[in-house]
Design a protein around this ligand. Structure first.
Ligand SMILES: Cc1cc2nc3c(=O)[nH]c(=O)nc-3n(C[C@H](O)[C@H](O)[C@H](O)COP(=O)(O)O)c2cc1C
Length: 170
Protein backbone atom coordinates (compact mmCIF):
# COMPACT_ATOMS: atom_id res chain seq x y z
CA UNK A 1 0.00 0.00 0.00
CA UNK A 2 1.37 3.42 -0.90
CA UNK A 3 1.74 6.25 1.64
CA UNK A 4 -1.23 7.93 0.04
CA UNK A 5 -3.45 4.98 0.87
CA UNK A 6 -1.95 4.30 4.29
CA UNK A 7 -3.41 7.66 5.33
CA UNK A 8 -6.92 6.38 4.71
CA UNK A 9 -6.50 3.89 7.57
CA UNK A 10 -6.09 6.77 10.01
CA UNK A 11 -9.24 8.66 9.04
CA UNK A 12 -12.33 8.26 11.16
CA UNK A 13 -14.82 5.92 9.52
CA UNK A 14 -17.95 7.41 10.91
CA UNK A 15 -21.28 6.49 9.36
CA UNK A 16 -21.40 8.08 5.92
CA UNK A 17 -22.88 7.65 2.48
CA UNK A 18 -20.22 6.54 0.02
CA UNK A 19 -19.45 8.64 -3.04
CA UNK A 20 -17.41 7.24 -5.92
CA UNK A 21 -15.35 10.14 -7.25
CA UNK A 22 -14.48 9.51 -10.89
CA UNK A 23 -11.83 11.64 -12.58
CA UNK A 24 -9.44 11.55 -15.52
CA UNK A 25 -5.83 12.61 -15.64
CA UNK A 26 -4.51 15.19 -18.09
CA UNK A 27 -3.84 12.39 -20.62
CA UNK A 28 -7.41 11.11 -20.34
CA UNK A 29 -6.76 8.02 -18.19
CA UNK A 30 -9.79 7.50 -15.92
CA UNK A 31 -9.58 6.83 -12.20
CA UNK A 32 -12.02 6.30 -9.34
CA UNK A 33 -11.84 6.43 -5.54
CA UNK A 34 -14.45 6.20 -2.80
CA UNK A 35 -15.04 9.21 -0.57
CA UNK A 36 -17.12 9.46 2.57
CA UNK A 37 -16.72 13.21 2.66
CA UNK A 38 -19.05 14.35 -0.09
CA UNK A 39 -22.30 16.32 -0.06
CA UNK A 40 -24.81 18.61 -1.76
CA UNK A 41 -23.78 22.17 -0.96
CA UNK A 42 -26.03 24.38 -3.15
CA UNK A 43 -29.46 23.84 -4.64
CA UNK A 44 -29.53 26.56 -7.31
CA UNK A 45 -27.04 26.53 -8.84
CA UNK A 46 -26.69 22.83 -8.13
CA UNK A 47 -23.31 22.26 -6.48
CA UNK A 48 -21.73 19.10 -5.03
CA UNK A 49 -18.61 19.07 -2.83
CA UNK A 50 -15.98 16.40 -2.25
CA UNK A 51 -13.06 16.54 0.18
CA UNK A 52 -10.00 14.94 -1.39
CA UNK A 53 -6.64 14.38 0.33
CA UNK A 54 -3.74 16.12 -1.35
CA UNK A 55 -1.90 12.78 -1.54
CA UNK A 56 -4.62 11.12 -3.64
CA UNK A 57 -4.07 10.66 -7.35
CA UNK A 58 -7.66 11.87 -7.66
CA UNK A 59 -6.55 15.24 -6.28
CA UNK A 60 -4.00 15.62 -9.09
CA UNK A 61 -6.58 14.64 -11.70
CA UNK A 62 -9.35 16.99 -10.59
CA UNK A 63 -6.93 19.85 -9.96
CA UNK A 64 -5.55 19.41 -13.50
CA UNK A 65 -8.80 18.98 -15.44
CA UNK A 66 -11.41 20.80 -13.34
CA UNK A 67 -13.91 17.96 -13.83
CA UNK A 68 -15.22 14.99 -11.87
CA UNK A 69 -18.18 12.67 -11.65
CA UNK A 70 -19.90 12.52 -8.26
CA UNK A 71 -21.45 9.03 -8.23
CA UNK A 72 -23.34 7.81 -5.18
CA UNK A 73 -22.09 4.24 -4.70
CA UNK A 74 -24.82 1.69 -5.37
CA UNK A 75 -25.93 -1.51 -3.69
CA UNK A 76 -23.61 -4.21 -5.00
CA UNK A 77 -20.55 -1.96 -5.16
CA UNK A 78 -19.10 -2.76 -1.70
CA UNK A 79 -16.21 -4.79 -3.14
CA UNK A 80 -15.48 -2.01 -5.61
CA UNK A 81 -15.33 0.50 -2.75
CA UNK A 82 -12.73 -1.61 -0.97
CA UNK A 83 -10.73 -2.29 -4.17
CA UNK A 84 -10.60 1.30 -5.34
CA UNK A 85 -10.15 2.67 -1.81
CA UNK A 86 -7.04 0.61 -1.12
CA UNK A 87 -5.19 1.23 -4.39
CA UNK A 88 -4.05 4.32 -6.24
CA UNK A 89 -4.49 5.31 -9.84
CA UNK A 90 -0.90 6.46 -9.59
CA UNK A 91 0.14 2.77 -9.52
CA UNK A 92 -2.55 0.96 -11.52
CA UNK A 93 -5.32 1.50 -14.06
CA UNK A 94 -8.27 0.73 -11.78
CA UNK A 95 -10.90 0.50 -14.53
CA UNK A 96 -8.86 -2.20 -16.33
CA UNK A 97 -7.53 -3.95 -13.22
CA UNK A 98 -10.97 -4.36 -11.61
CA UNK A 99 -13.03 -4.61 -14.82
CA UNK A 100 -15.14 -1.62 -13.84
CA UNK A 101 -18.06 -1.03 -16.24
CA UNK A 102 -18.49 2.56 -17.34
CA UNK A 103 -20.24 4.73 -19.91
CA UNK A 104 -19.46 7.93 -21.74
CA UNK A 105 -20.55 11.15 -20.05
CA UNK A 106 -22.67 13.72 -21.88
CA UNK A 107 -20.75 16.91 -21.11
CA UNK A 108 -17.39 16.20 -19.46
CA UNK A 109 -14.45 13.96 -20.41
CA UNK A 110 -14.79 11.66 -17.40
CA UNK A 111 -16.65 8.32 -17.57
CA UNK A 112 -19.85 7.53 -15.68
CA UNK A 113 -19.80 4.63 -13.25
CA UNK A 114 -22.28 1.92 -14.23
CA UNK A 115 -24.08 0.41 -11.24
CA UNK A 116 -23.94 3.63 -9.21
CA UNK A 117 -27.09 5.00 -7.59
CA UNK A 118 -26.64 8.18 -9.64
CA UNK A 119 -23.95 9.93 -11.66
CA UNK A 120 -23.59 13.70 -11.48
CA UNK A 121 -21.24 15.30 -14.00
CA UNK A 122 -19.46 18.21 -12.28
CA UNK A 123 -17.31 21.12 -13.37
CA UNK A 124 -15.17 22.63 -10.61
CA UNK A 125 -16.20 26.14 -9.60
CA UNK A 126 -14.20 26.39 -6.34
CA UNK A 127 -11.25 24.68 -4.74
CA UNK A 128 -10.74 25.34 -1.00
CA UNK A 129 -7.76 24.30 1.11
CA UNK A 130 -8.95 22.39 4.18
CA UNK A 131 -6.02 21.08 6.22
CA UNK A 132 -4.67 17.97 4.53
CA UNK A 133 -7.62 17.84 2.10
CA UNK A 134 -8.89 20.07 -0.68
CA UNK A 135 -12.60 20.66 -1.02
CA UNK A 136 -13.68 20.73 -4.64
CA UNK A 137 -17.06 22.29 -5.31
CA UNK A 138 -18.48 21.24 -8.65
CA UNK A 139 -21.45 22.60 -10.57
CA UNK A 140 -23.64 19.76 -11.78
CA UNK A 141 -23.85 20.01 -15.57
CA UNK A 142 -25.62 16.69 -16.22
CA UNK A 143 -27.41 14.12 -14.07
CA UNK A 144 -27.96 10.41 -14.70
CA UNK A 145 -30.31 8.21 -12.66
CA UNK A 146 -30.58 4.46 -13.31
CA UNK A 147 -33.97 2.98 -14.17
CA UNK A 148 -34.96 1.04 -12.13
CA UNK A 149 -33.38 2.96 -9.24
CA UNK A 150 -30.39 1.55 -7.33
CA UNK A 151 -30.11 1.99 -3.56
CA UNK A 152 -27.23 4.05 -2.18
CA UNK A 153 -24.47 2.37 -0.19
CA UNK A 154 -23.81 3.42 3.39
CA UNK A 155 -20.49 2.87 5.18
CA UNK A 156 -20.80 1.85 8.80
CA UNK A 157 -17.24 1.21 10.01
CA UNK A 158 -16.32 -0.54 6.73
CA UNK A 159 -19.49 -2.62 6.76
CA UNK A 160 -21.52 -1.53 3.74
CA UNK A 161 -25.29 -1.50 4.06
CA UNK A 162 -28.32 -0.03 2.29
CA UNK A 163 -31.25 1.76 3.87
CA UNK A 164 -34.51 -0.19 3.64
CA UNK A 165 -37.93 1.25 4.48
CA UNK A 166 -39.42 -0.29 7.62
CA UNK A 167 -42.24 -1.82 5.58
CA UNK A 168 -39.69 -3.56 3.32
CA UNK A 169 -37.74 -5.08 6.19
CA UNK A 170 -40.60 -7.27 7.48
C1 LIG B 1 -15.10 4.05 2.57
C2 LIG B 1 -13.93 4.97 2.22
C3 LIG B 1 -14.11 6.34 2.28
C4 LIG B 1 -13.04 7.20 1.97
N1 LIG B 1 -13.25 8.56 2.02
C5 LIG B 1 -12.28 9.40 1.60
C6 LIG B 1 -12.53 10.82 1.52
O1 LIG B 1 -13.61 11.32 1.80
N2 LIG B 1 -11.50 11.61 1.06
C7 LIG B 1 -10.28 11.11 0.73
O2 LIG B 1 -9.39 11.88 0.32
N3 LIG B 1 -10.01 9.77 0.80
C8 LIG B 1 -10.99 8.91 1.20
N4 LIG B 1 -10.76 7.56 1.22
C9 LIG B 1 -9.44 7.06 0.82
C10 LIG B 1 -9.26 6.97 -0.72
O3 LIG B 1 -10.38 6.40 -1.34
C11 LIG B 1 -8.01 6.11 -1.01
O4 LIG B 1 -6.88 6.72 -0.46
C12 LIG B 1 -7.84 5.83 -2.50
O5 LIG B 1 -6.98 4.72 -2.61
C13 LIG B 1 -7.26 7.01 -3.27
O6 LIG B 1 -7.14 6.62 -4.62
P1 LIG B 1 -6.35 7.47 -5.72
O7 LIG B 1 -4.91 7.62 -5.24
O8 LIG B 1 -6.45 6.63 -6.97
O9 LIG B 1 -7.04 8.78 -5.83
C14 LIG B 1 -11.79 6.66 1.57
C15 LIG B 1 -11.61 5.28 1.51
C16 LIG B 1 -12.67 4.43 1.84
C17 LIG B 1 -12.48 2.94 1.75
Amino acid sequence: MSDANAQSDARPHSPEWVVMVVSSDAAGKPNVMPAGWGMHCSGSPHYMAVSIGYTRYTYECIHATGEFVFAWAGEGQADLVEQTGSTSGRDIEKFEEFGIPCSEAEVIAVPLLDGAASNLECKVVHEYASGDHAIFVGEVVATHQPDPPIRRLFNFKRVYVVAVAAAESD
